[in-house]
Design a binder for this molecule. Structure first.
Ligand code: FES
Length: 74
């Protein structure tokens, strides 16, 4: 698994998995293109994908975790 897939697993960011491919593709693109400075930015970026199971909290946490690991250290 790549880092985002592993984060989805670690943060329990999926239940039935129906939305997961779209969430992963969208989040991968977001992580490459946008600063995602806060959870609101992550939520807005994912807003085109609907999840009927998770309530999004765990998905946002997974994306946040990958973003934090990729952030430059000062
Ligand atoms: S995990 Fe079931 S729709 Fe998202």
């Amino acid at each position: 698994m790549n880092a985002l897939q592993a984060a989805f697993h670690e943060h329990h960011a999926l239940q039935c998995g129906f939305c997961t491919p779209g969430m992963l593709m969208t989040a991968t693109d977001m992580l490459k293109k946008y600063p995602l400075k806060n959870d609101d930015a992550i939520r807005e970026g994912l807003s085109g994908n609907l999840c009927r199971c998770t309530g999004y909290e765990h998905i946002v946490a997974a994306v946040r975790a990958v973003k934090a690991k990729a952030a430059p250290r000062i």
